[in-house]
Design a protein. Structure first.
Length: 216
């Protein structure tokens, strides 16, 4: 009996050791995957878009000093909104930006990984495409500043009709919140209040309307 008791105890011990080792392995694997999966802005992709944007700005009499590029292919918890300086060919500002919730709950982050887009009125979704920012005015949101967004493509031609504007929102964070996402509104690109305090003067100083390009 003593022999079998000792044997049983040894088997339990070895089993526990194996489970403990597996738990450590799984923990390390999960954390490694988590770190590897955090997306980052692709500078080369951004630069390629900026080259195309500059020609568009020249053709449409928009500012050739800078533009705003928003890469909606990125998770909404990372900084996917950039100010691109055409003359210096570099990013001079990078911020979080929210997108439309669609049929999801307002202010949730349910589509943080893969948002849908639409130009339809009432869709509560953001629209892809190039916009001309102009018409600074009062907003009920954030720091009470908004810019009208004039859609310049078929994909965003209803922006004004849908009251899609660029503004700040108290719920938006200054820092990246990944793996969580940014809160989703009714289609407007939204930034944090502090971000807008930086961006607003830059837009105001521009001698020409500014391009905002939302793409994925």
């Amino acid at each position: 009996m003593k022999f079998f008791s000792a044997l049983f105890a040894m088997m339990v011990f070895l089993s526990c050791q194996k489970e403990s080792a597996n738990d450590r392995k799984n923990f390390l694997t999960q954390n490694t995957i988590s770190k590897e999966e955090k997306p980052v802005l692709d500078f080369n992709k951004t630069k390629g878009k900026a080259i195309e944007a500059l020609q568009f700005c020249k053709d449409n009499k928009l500012s050739t000093d800078f533009c705003i590029l928003i890469d909606m292919s990125l998770h909404s918890g990372v900084k996917r909104f950039v100010i691109w300086n055409f003359k210096e060919q570099k990013i001079t500002g990078q911020y979080l930006v929210g997108h439309g919730c669609g049929t999801n709950s307002w202010s949730s982050d349910e589509s943080k990984n893969d948002p849908s887009f639409s130009n339809a009125d009432g869709s509560h979704l953001s629209s892809l495409g190039k916009y001309k920012l102009s018409g600074r005015g009062y907003s009920d949101w954030g720091i009470h500043v908004k810019y009208l967004m004039h859609g310049m493509e078929n994909s965003n031609s209803n922006a004004l009709k849908r009251f899609i504007v660029f503004h700040s929102w108290n719920l938006m964070s200054d820092q990246e919140v990944f793996p969580n996402g940014s809160p989703e509104g009714w289609g407007c690109p939204t930034v944090s209040n502090n971000a807008m305090r930086i961006i607003d003067p830059i837009i105001q100083q521009s001698q020409k309307p500014v391009l905002m390009w939302i793409y994925k």
